[in-house]
Design a protein around this ligand. Structure first.
Ligand code: GAP
Length: 440
Protein backbone atom coordinates (compact mmCIF):
# COMPACT_ATOMS: atom_id res chain seq x y z
CA UNK A 1 0.00 0.00 0.00
CA UNK A 2 1.10 3.58 -0.69
CA UNK A 3 2.22 5.85 2.16
CA UNK A 4 -0.54 7.86 3.86
CA UNK A 5 -0.73 11.30 2.23
CA UNK A 6 -0.09 14.41 4.30
CA UNK A 7 -3.15 16.59 4.60
CA UNK A 8 -3.53 20.34 4.50
CA UNK A 9 -4.15 21.22 8.20
CA UNK A 10 -6.98 23.55 7.11
CA UNK A 11 -8.69 20.94 4.92
CA UNK A 12 -11.71 20.45 7.18
CA UNK A 13 -12.33 24.21 7.40
CA UNK A 14 -11.89 24.67 3.67
CA UNK A 15 -14.29 21.86 2.79
CA UNK A 16 -16.82 22.99 5.39
CA UNK A 17 -16.70 26.54 4.01
CA UNK A 18 -16.97 25.38 0.42
CA UNK A 19 -19.91 23.14 1.36
CA UNK A 20 -21.75 26.11 2.83
CA UNK A 21 -20.73 28.72 0.25
CA UNK A 22 -21.62 26.62 -2.77
CA UNK A 23 -24.80 24.99 -1.51
CA UNK A 24 -23.73 21.50 -0.51
CA UNK A 25 -24.52 21.48 3.21
CA UNK A 26 -26.25 24.10 5.36
CA UNK A 27 -26.64 24.27 9.11
CA UNK A 28 -30.22 23.22 9.78
CA UNK A 29 -32.64 25.91 11.03
CA UNK A 30 -29.89 28.45 10.49
CA UNK A 31 -32.27 31.43 10.54
CA UNK A 32 -33.16 30.38 14.11
CA UNK A 33 -29.53 30.07 15.17
CA UNK A 34 -29.05 26.49 13.97
CA UNK A 35 -30.21 23.23 15.49
CA UNK A 36 -27.83 20.95 17.36
CA UNK A 37 -25.49 19.37 14.80
CA UNK A 38 -28.28 18.89 12.29
CA UNK A 39 -27.66 19.63 8.63
CA UNK A 40 -29.65 20.30 5.47
CA UNK A 41 -28.40 19.28 2.05
CA UNK A 42 -28.54 22.12 -0.49
CA UNK A 43 -28.99 22.02 -4.28
CA UNK A 44 -25.50 20.63 -4.93
CA UNK A 45 -25.30 18.47 -1.81
CA UNK A 46 -28.55 16.71 -2.56
CA UNK A 47 -27.20 15.74 -6.00
CA UNK A 48 -23.92 14.49 -4.56
CA UNK A 49 -25.65 12.53 -1.80
CA UNK A 50 -28.13 11.00 -4.27
CA UNK A 51 -25.25 10.00 -6.52
CA UNK A 52 -23.42 8.32 -3.63
CA UNK A 53 -26.59 6.37 -2.79
CA UNK A 54 -27.21 5.60 -6.46
CA UNK A 55 -23.64 4.28 -6.89
CA UNK A 56 -24.16 2.05 -3.83
CA UNK A 57 -27.57 0.82 -5.08
CA UNK A 58 -26.11 0.11 -8.49
CA UNK A 59 -23.21 -1.89 -7.03
CA UNK A 60 -25.27 -3.69 -4.38
CA UNK A 61 -28.65 -4.28 -6.08
CA UNK A 62 -28.87 -3.31 -9.76
CA UNK A 63 -25.82 -5.22 -10.99
CA UNK A 64 -26.45 -8.36 -8.91
CA UNK A 65 -28.96 -11.17 -9.09
CA UNK A 66 -28.49 -12.24 -5.46
CA UNK A 67 -29.58 -9.00 -3.72
CA UNK A 68 -32.99 -7.31 -3.56
CA UNK A 69 -34.02 -3.95 -2.13
CA UNK A 70 -36.32 -2.85 0.68
CA UNK A 71 -37.58 0.38 2.22
CA UNK A 72 -38.87 -0.25 5.74
CA UNK A 73 -40.52 2.16 8.18
CA UNK A 74 -38.50 4.51 10.36
CA UNK A 75 -40.92 4.33 13.29
CA UNK A 76 -41.04 1.03 15.16
CA UNK A 77 -42.58 -0.50 18.28
CA UNK A 78 -40.45 -1.25 21.37
CA UNK A 79 -40.78 -5.00 20.62
CA UNK A 80 -38.32 -4.71 17.73
CA UNK A 81 -35.73 -3.00 19.89
CA UNK A 82 -36.22 -5.36 22.80
CA UNK A 83 -35.48 -8.28 20.48
CA UNK A 84 -32.53 -6.62 18.77
CA UNK A 85 -30.91 -5.72 22.09
CA UNK A 86 -31.02 -1.97 21.49
CA UNK A 87 -33.28 -1.19 24.44
CA UNK A 88 -30.82 -2.78 26.79
CA UNK A 89 -27.41 -2.29 25.25
CA UNK A 90 -27.48 0.57 22.74
CA UNK A 91 -25.97 2.99 25.22
CA UNK A 92 -22.96 5.25 25.63
CA UNK A 93 -21.35 6.12 28.99
CA UNK A 94 -22.51 9.63 29.94
CA UNK A 95 -20.67 11.81 32.49
CA UNK A 96 -21.30 15.35 33.76
CA UNK A 97 -18.39 17.69 34.42
CA UNK A 98 -18.70 18.68 38.10
CA UNK A 99 -17.23 22.14 37.41
CA UNK A 100 -18.94 23.49 34.27
CA UNK A 101 -21.82 20.95 34.14
CA UNK A 102 -21.22 20.05 30.47
CA UNK A 103 -22.17 16.48 29.52
CA UNK A 104 -19.73 14.21 27.70
CA UNK A 105 -19.30 10.71 26.38
CA UNK A 106 -16.75 9.32 28.84
CA UNK A 107 -14.81 7.27 26.28
CA UNK A 108 -14.23 10.34 24.07
CA UNK A 109 -12.68 12.86 26.47
CA UNK A 110 -9.44 11.32 27.85
CA UNK A 111 -10.39 12.18 31.47
CA UNK A 112 -10.35 15.97 30.92
CA UNK A 113 -13.38 18.18 30.27
CA UNK A 114 -12.88 19.65 26.75
CA UNK A 115 -14.80 22.73 27.87
CA UNK A 116 -13.08 23.76 31.14
CA UNK A 117 -10.20 21.32 31.65
CA UNK A 118 -11.60 19.86 34.89
CA UNK A 119 -10.90 16.21 35.74
CA UNK A 120 -13.85 15.86 38.13
CA UNK A 121 -16.89 14.04 36.74
CA UNK A 122 -19.98 12.22 37.96
CA UNK A 123 -19.83 8.42 37.78
CA UNK A 124 -20.67 7.28 34.21
CA UNK A 125 -24.23 6.17 33.55
CA UNK A 126 -25.62 4.31 30.55
CA UNK A 127 -27.41 6.71 28.18
CA UNK A 128 -29.66 5.06 25.57
CA UNK A 129 -29.10 6.59 22.14
CA UNK A 130 -32.53 5.87 20.70
CA UNK A 131 -35.02 8.68 20.08
CA UNK A 132 -38.24 7.82 21.84
CA UNK A 133 -41.57 9.21 20.68
CA UNK A 134 -45.27 8.51 20.78
CA UNK A 135 -47.42 7.03 18.01
CA UNK A 136 -50.99 8.39 18.11
CA UNK A 137 -52.69 10.92 20.37
CA UNK A 138 -52.79 8.87 23.59
CA UNK A 139 -49.67 8.88 25.72
CA UNK A 140 -48.62 5.74 27.56
CA UNK A 141 -46.83 2.44 27.29
CA UNK A 142 -48.92 1.21 24.36
CA UNK A 143 -48.07 4.19 22.18
CA UNK A 144 -44.32 4.31 22.73
CA UNK A 145 -42.37 4.18 19.49
CA UNK A 146 -38.73 4.62 18.54
CA UNK A 147 -37.03 6.15 15.52
CA UNK A 148 -34.78 3.42 14.15
CA UNK A 149 -31.11 3.76 15.12
CA UNK A 150 -30.10 1.53 12.18
CA UNK A 151 -31.88 0.37 9.03
CA UNK A 152 -30.82 -3.25 9.63
CA UNK A 153 -33.69 -4.32 11.90
CA UNK A 154 -36.34 -3.51 9.27
CA UNK A 155 -34.57 -6.03 7.05
CA UNK A 156 -34.59 -8.80 9.69
CA UNK A 157 -38.26 -8.24 10.54
CA UNK A 158 -39.10 -8.58 6.82
CA UNK A 159 -36.93 -11.66 6.25
CA UNK A 160 -39.92 -14.04 5.94
CA UNK A 161 -41.89 -11.57 3.78
CA UNK A 162 -39.03 -11.20 1.33
CA UNK A 163 -38.23 -14.90 1.26
CA UNK A 164 -41.84 -15.79 0.43
CA UNK A 165 -42.20 -13.15 -2.28
CA UNK A 166 -38.95 -13.41 -4.24
CA UNK A 167 -37.35 -16.62 -5.40
CA UNK A 168 -34.11 -16.36 -3.45
CA UNK A 169 -32.19 -18.82 -1.36
CA UNK A 170 -29.04 -18.32 0.71
CA UNK A 171 -26.66 -16.86 -0.17
CA UNK A 172 -28.83 -13.81 -0.88
CA UNK A 173 -29.07 -10.29 0.43
CA UNK A 174 -31.55 -7.52 1.24
CA UNK A 175 -30.34 -3.95 0.82
CA UNK A 176 -31.75 -0.74 2.22
CA UNK A 177 -30.90 2.96 2.19
CA UNK A 178 -32.52 5.35 4.61
CA UNK A 179 -32.41 7.68 7.56
CA UNK A 180 -31.39 6.53 11.00
CA UNK A 181 -31.41 8.48 14.24
CA UNK A 182 -29.13 8.35 17.26
CA UNK A 183 -29.18 10.77 20.15
CA UNK A 184 -25.38 11.05 20.07
CA UNK A 185 -23.96 12.65 23.22
CA UNK A 186 -21.17 14.36 21.31
CA UNK A 187 -21.99 14.79 17.64
CA UNK A 188 -18.90 16.17 15.94
CA UNK A 189 -16.79 16.88 12.92
CA UNK A 190 -19.35 18.35 10.56
CA UNK A 191 -21.52 15.51 9.14
CA UNK A 192 -19.21 12.74 10.37
CA UNK A 193 -21.30 12.09 13.48
CA UNK A 194 -24.77 13.61 13.56
CA UNK A 195 -28.04 12.72 15.27
CA UNK A 196 -29.91 12.28 12.01
CA UNK A 197 -28.01 10.57 9.20
CA UNK A 198 -28.42 8.19 6.31
CA UNK A 199 -27.25 4.61 6.15
CA UNK A 200 -26.71 2.16 3.31
CA UNK A 201 -26.94 -1.34 4.75
CA UNK A 202 -27.14 -4.80 3.28
CA UNK A 203 -27.86 -8.01 5.18
CA UNK A 204 -26.47 -11.03 3.35
CA UNK A 205 -27.97 -14.33 4.48
CA UNK A 206 -25.67 -17.34 4.12
CA UNK A 207 -25.39 -20.98 5.23
CA UNK A 208 -23.49 -20.84 8.56
CA UNK A 209 -20.59 -22.91 7.21
CA UNK A 210 -19.95 -20.30 4.49
CA UNK A 211 -20.11 -17.23 6.75
CA UNK A 212 -16.36 -16.66 7.13
CA UNK A 213 -15.78 -16.82 3.39
CA UNK A 214 -18.59 -14.32 2.69
CA UNK A 215 -17.35 -12.05 5.48
CA UNK A 216 -13.94 -11.83 3.73
CA UNK A 217 -15.64 -11.39 0.36
CA UNK A 218 -17.69 -8.40 1.54
CA UNK A 219 -14.72 -6.73 3.23
CA UNK A 220 -12.78 -6.83 -0.05
CA UNK A 221 -15.79 -5.86 -2.18
CA UNK A 222 -16.71 -2.85 -0.07
CA UNK A 223 -13.13 -1.56 0.12
CA UNK A 224 -12.93 -1.81 -3.69
CA UNK A 225 -16.15 0.25 -4.04
CA UNK A 226 -14.58 3.33 -2.45
CA UNK A 227 -11.42 2.97 -4.55
CA UNK A 228 -13.42 2.57 -7.75
CA UNK A 229 -15.23 5.83 -6.97
CA UNK A 230 -11.99 7.75 -6.63
CA UNK A 231 -10.76 7.62 -3.04
CA UNK A 232 -6.98 7.04 -3.19
CA UNK A 233 -6.04 3.63 -1.79
CA UNK A 234 -3.57 5.27 0.59
CA UNK A 235 -6.45 7.11 2.31
CA UNK A 236 -8.23 3.86 3.16
CA UNK A 237 -7.37 1.00 5.47
CA UNK A 238 -9.04 -1.97 7.12
CA UNK A 239 -9.31 -2.27 10.88
CA UNK A 240 -10.35 -5.61 12.35
CA UNK A 241 -11.92 -5.30 15.80
CA UNK A 242 -10.38 -7.21 18.69
CA UNK A 243 -12.69 -9.90 20.11
CA UNK A 244 -13.24 -7.91 23.34
CA UNK A 245 -14.37 -4.81 21.41
CA UNK A 246 -17.10 -6.53 19.38
CA UNK A 247 -20.76 -5.41 19.58
CA UNK A 248 -23.17 -7.72 21.40
CA UNK A 249 -24.32 -9.35 18.15
CA UNK A 250 -21.01 -9.70 16.32
CA UNK A 251 -18.77 -12.69 15.69
CA UNK A 252 -16.32 -10.49 13.78
CA UNK A 253 -16.24 -6.89 12.56
CA UNK A 254 -13.87 -5.10 10.22
CA UNK A 255 -14.13 -1.38 9.58
CA UNK A 256 -13.20 0.32 6.36
CA UNK A 257 -11.45 3.42 7.67
CA UNK A 258 -10.80 6.68 5.83
CA UNK A 259 -8.01 9.15 6.54
CA UNK A 260 -10.12 12.03 7.92
CA UNK A 261 -8.39 15.31 8.91
CA UNK A 262 -8.25 14.03 12.52
CA UNK A 263 -6.80 10.63 11.53
CA UNK A 264 -8.11 7.28 10.35
CA UNK A 265 -11.73 6.77 11.40
CA UNK A 266 -14.68 4.52 10.53
CA UNK A 267 -16.39 4.84 7.18
CA UNK A 268 -18.20 1.53 7.14
CA UNK A 269 -18.39 -1.62 9.25
CA UNK A 270 -18.60 -5.15 7.87
CA UNK A 271 -19.85 -7.59 10.51
CA UNK A 272 -20.49 -11.29 10.80
CA UNK A 273 -23.68 -11.12 12.89
CA UNK A 274 -24.10 -14.91 13.06
CA UNK A 275 -27.72 -15.98 13.57
CA UNK A 276 -28.21 -13.46 16.38
CA UNK A 277 -30.82 -11.24 14.75
CA UNK A 278 -33.03 -13.84 13.09
CA UNK A 279 -32.96 -16.01 16.23
CA UNK A 280 -33.81 -13.09 18.50
CA UNK A 281 -36.72 -11.92 16.34
CA UNK A 282 -37.99 -15.49 15.97
CA UNK A 283 -37.89 -15.93 19.74
CA UNK A 284 -39.57 -12.60 20.54
CA UNK A 285 -42.20 -12.66 17.75
CA UNK A 286 -42.98 -16.37 17.72
CA UNK A 287 -42.60 -16.36 13.91
CA UNK A 288 -40.15 -18.85 12.40
CA UNK A 289 -37.32 -16.99 10.67
CA UNK A 290 -35.33 -19.78 9.13
CA UNK A 291 -34.73 -21.42 5.78
CA UNK A 292 -35.64 -24.88 4.57
CA UNK A 293 -33.20 -26.14 1.97
CA UNK A 294 -35.18 -28.54 -0.22
CA UNK A 295 -32.07 -29.93 -1.88
CA UNK A 296 -30.60 -31.18 1.41
CA UNK A 297 -33.77 -31.47 3.50
CA UNK A 298 -32.07 -29.26 6.09
CA UNK A 299 -33.73 -26.42 8.04
CA UNK A 300 -31.39 -23.78 9.44
CA UNK A 301 -31.20 -20.18 10.57
CA UNK A 302 -28.93 -18.35 8.12
CA UNK A 303 -25.94 -16.36 9.33
CA UNK A 304 -25.81 -12.72 8.35
CA UNK A 305 -22.89 -10.81 6.87
CA UNK A 306 -23.61 -7.08 7.06
CA UNK A 307 -21.78 -4.31 5.21
CA UNK A 308 -23.14 -1.16 6.95
CA UNK A 309 -22.12 2.20 5.51
CA UNK A 310 -23.08 5.79 6.23
CA UNK A 311 -24.24 7.68 3.13
CA UNK A 312 -23.70 11.11 4.66
CA UNK A 313 -20.34 10.05 6.11
CA UNK A 314 -19.27 8.61 2.74
CA UNK A 315 -20.30 11.87 1.06
CA UNK A 316 -18.00 13.73 3.44
CA UNK A 317 -15.11 11.38 2.64
CA UNK A 318 -15.66 11.84 -1.10
CA UNK A 319 -15.64 15.62 -0.65
CA UNK A 320 -12.49 15.59 1.47
CA UNK A 321 -10.53 13.33 -0.85
CA UNK A 322 -11.66 15.23 -3.96
CA UNK A 323 -10.62 18.66 -2.67
CA UNK A 324 -7.50 20.03 -4.38
CA UNK A 325 -5.86 23.35 -4.97
CA UNK A 326 -3.65 23.60 -8.05
CA UNK A 327 -2.08 26.18 -10.32
CA UNK A 328 -3.74 26.98 -13.62
CA UNK A 329 -2.32 29.78 -15.76
CA UNK A 330 -0.42 31.13 -12.76
CA UNK A 331 -3.55 31.28 -10.58
CA UNK A 332 -4.51 28.99 -7.72
CA UNK A 333 -7.78 27.26 -8.41
CA UNK A 334 -9.88 25.07 -6.15
CA UNK A 335 -11.04 21.91 -7.82
CA UNK A 336 -13.11 18.99 -6.61
CA UNK A 337 -11.81 15.97 -8.49
CA UNK A 338 -15.00 14.00 -7.95
CA UNK A 339 -15.65 10.92 -10.05
CA UNK A 340 -18.11 11.94 -12.78
CA UNK A 341 -20.69 9.49 -11.39
CA UNK A 342 -20.73 11.42 -8.10
CA UNK A 343 -20.36 15.02 -9.27
CA UNK A 344 -23.42 17.18 -8.47
CA UNK A 345 -23.44 18.32 -12.11
CA UNK A 346 -21.79 16.23 -14.78
CA UNK A 347 -21.96 18.97 -17.39
CA UNK A 348 -22.24 22.75 -17.34
CA UNK A 349 -23.63 24.41 -20.45
CA UNK A 350 -22.16 27.87 -20.85
CA UNK A 351 -23.20 30.27 -23.63
CA UNK A 352 -20.37 32.71 -24.24
CA UNK A 353 -22.78 35.63 -23.96
CA UNK A 354 -26.43 36.31 -23.17
CA UNK A 355 -27.24 36.92 -26.86
CA UNK A 356 -30.60 35.27 -27.64
CA UNK A 357 -29.19 33.24 -30.55
CA UNK A 358 -26.54 31.68 -28.26
CA UNK A 359 -29.09 30.98 -25.55
CA UNK A 360 -31.28 29.35 -28.14
CA UNK A 361 -28.54 26.88 -29.27
CA UNK A 362 -27.68 26.32 -25.61
CA UNK A 363 -31.28 25.21 -25.10
CA UNK A 364 -30.72 22.70 -27.85
CA UNK A 365 -27.54 21.45 -26.14
CA UNK A 366 -29.44 21.06 -22.85
CA UNK A 367 -32.11 19.11 -24.74
CA UNK A 368 -29.42 16.66 -25.91
CA UNK A 369 -27.69 16.27 -22.55
CA UNK A 370 -30.31 16.62 -19.81
CA UNK A 371 -31.99 13.24 -20.36
CA UNK A 372 -28.60 11.62 -19.63
CA UNK A 373 -26.70 13.94 -17.31
CA UNK A 374 -27.40 16.40 -14.53
CA UNK A 375 -26.59 19.75 -16.15
CA UNK A 376 -25.97 23.23 -14.82
CA UNK A 377 -26.65 26.28 -16.95
CA UNK A 378 -24.75 29.49 -16.30
CA UNK A 379 -24.76 32.68 -18.34
CA UNK A 380 -23.22 35.13 -15.86
CA UNK A 381 -19.62 36.45 -15.60
CA UNK A 382 -16.58 35.85 -17.80
CA UNK A 383 -16.04 32.37 -19.19
CA UNK A 384 -12.81 31.96 -17.16
CA UNK A 385 -14.67 32.69 -13.92
CA UNK A 386 -17.46 30.35 -14.86
CA UNK A 387 -14.92 27.55 -15.45
CA UNK A 388 -13.46 28.18 -11.97
CA UNK A 389 -16.92 28.06 -10.38
CA UNK A 390 -17.58 24.72 -12.05
CA UNK A 391 -14.12 23.36 -11.06
CA UNK A 392 -14.85 24.28 -7.46
CA UNK A 393 -18.00 22.13 -7.34
CA UNK A 394 -16.49 19.26 -9.32
CA UNK A 395 -18.26 19.55 -12.69
CA UNK A 396 -16.20 17.27 -14.98
CA UNK A 397 -17.22 18.90 -18.28
CA UNK A 398 -18.03 22.41 -19.42
CA UNK A 399 -19.69 22.79 -22.81
CA UNK A 400 -19.24 26.27 -24.23
CA UNK A 401 -21.53 27.61 -26.92
CA UNK A 402 -19.91 30.48 -28.86
CA UNK A 403 -20.58 32.50 -32.01
CA UNK A 404 -18.86 29.91 -34.21
CA UNK A 405 -21.43 27.38 -32.97
CA UNK A 406 -24.04 29.27 -34.97
CA UNK A 407 -22.23 28.43 -38.22
CA UNK A 408 -20.24 25.23 -37.52
CA UNK A 409 -22.79 23.54 -35.20
CA UNK A 410 -19.94 22.57 -32.86
CA UNK A 411 -19.20 23.33 -29.20
CA UNK A 412 -16.08 23.44 -27.02
CA UNK A 413 -15.84 20.73 -24.38
CA UNK A 414 -13.48 21.54 -21.51
CA UNK A 415 -12.13 18.87 -19.18
CA UNK A 416 -12.07 19.81 -15.47
CA UNK A 417 -8.89 17.93 -14.54
CA UNK A 418 -6.63 18.69 -17.50
CA UNK A 419 -8.38 21.98 -18.48
CA UNK A 420 -7.84 20.85 -22.10
CA UNK A 421 -10.47 21.80 -24.67
CA UNK A 422 -11.76 20.05 -27.78
CA UNK A 423 -14.22 21.13 -30.44
CA UNK A 424 -17.04 18.62 -30.85
CA UNK A 425 -19.93 18.68 -33.36
CA UNK A 426 -23.34 18.92 -31.69
CA UNK A 427 -24.54 15.70 -33.26
CA UNK A 428 -21.60 13.76 -31.77
CA UNK A 429 -21.63 15.48 -28.35
CA UNK A 430 -23.44 12.79 -26.40
CA UNK A 431 -21.30 10.01 -27.88
CA UNK A 432 -18.15 12.04 -27.15
CA UNK A 433 -19.08 12.44 -23.45
CA UNK A 434 -20.06 8.80 -23.15
CA UNK A 435 -16.70 7.77 -24.53
CA UNK A 436 -14.74 10.08 -22.25
CA UNK A 437 -16.61 8.87 -19.15
CA UNK A 438 -16.07 5.27 -20.18
CA UNK A 439 -19.80 4.55 -20.46
CA UNK A 440 -19.25 3.19 -23.98
N1 GAP B 1 -26.35 -2.06 11.44
C1 GAP B 1 -25.03 -1.86 11.93
C2 GAP B 1 -24.72 -0.48 12.21
O1 GAP B 1 -25.59 0.39 12.22
P1 GAP B 1 -22.77 1.14 12.83
O2 GAP B 1 -21.28 0.91 12.75
O3 GAP B 1 -23.31 1.63 14.12
O4 GAP B 1 -23.41 -0.25 12.42
C3 GAP B 1 -22.87 1.87 10.34
O5 GAP B 1 -23.20 2.14 11.68
C4 GAP B 1 -22.38 3.13 9.66
O6 GAP B 1 -23.35 4.16 9.79
C5 GAP B 1 -21.10 3.72 10.25
O7 GAP B 1 -19.94 3.09 9.74
C6 GAP B 1 -21.19 5.17 9.82
O8 GAP B 1 -20.74 5.32 8.48
C7 GAP B 1 -22.69 5.42 9.86
N2 GAP B 1 -23.04 6.09 11.12
C8 GAP B 1 -23.25 5.54 12.34
N3 GAP B 1 -23.56 6.49 13.25
C9 GAP B 1 -23.52 7.68 12.61
C10 GAP B 1 -23.75 9.03 13.02
N4 GAP B 1 -24.10 9.35 14.27
N5 GAP B 1 -23.63 10.01 12.08
C11 GAP B 1 -23.29 9.71 10.78
N6 GAP B 1 -23.07 8.44 10.36
C12 GAP B 1 -23.18 7.44 11.25
Amino acid sequence: MEATPTLDPDLLDKVTNLAKRRGFIFQSAEIYGGFRSTYDYGPLGVNLLRNVKQAWWRAMVQTRVDIVGLDAAILGPPAIWAASGHLETFTDPLVDCLKCKERWREDKIDGVCPNCGSTQFTAPRAFNLMFKTQAGPVEGEGSTAYLRPETAQGIFTNFANVLSTVRKKPPFGIAQIGKSFRNEITPQNFVFRTREFEQMEMEYFVPPADAEEWYRYWIATRLAWYIDLGIPEAMLRLHEHAKEDLSHYSKGTTDVEFFFPWGFDELEGIANRGDYDLSQHAKHSGVALDYFDQSTGERYTPYVIEPAAGATRAMMAFLLSAYHEDLVEGETRTVLRLDWRLAPYQVAVLPLSKKPELESVSGEVLGILQPHYMCDYDVTQSIGRRYRRQDEVGTPFCVTVDFDTLSDRAVTVRDRDTTSQVRVPLEGLLTHLRKVTGEI
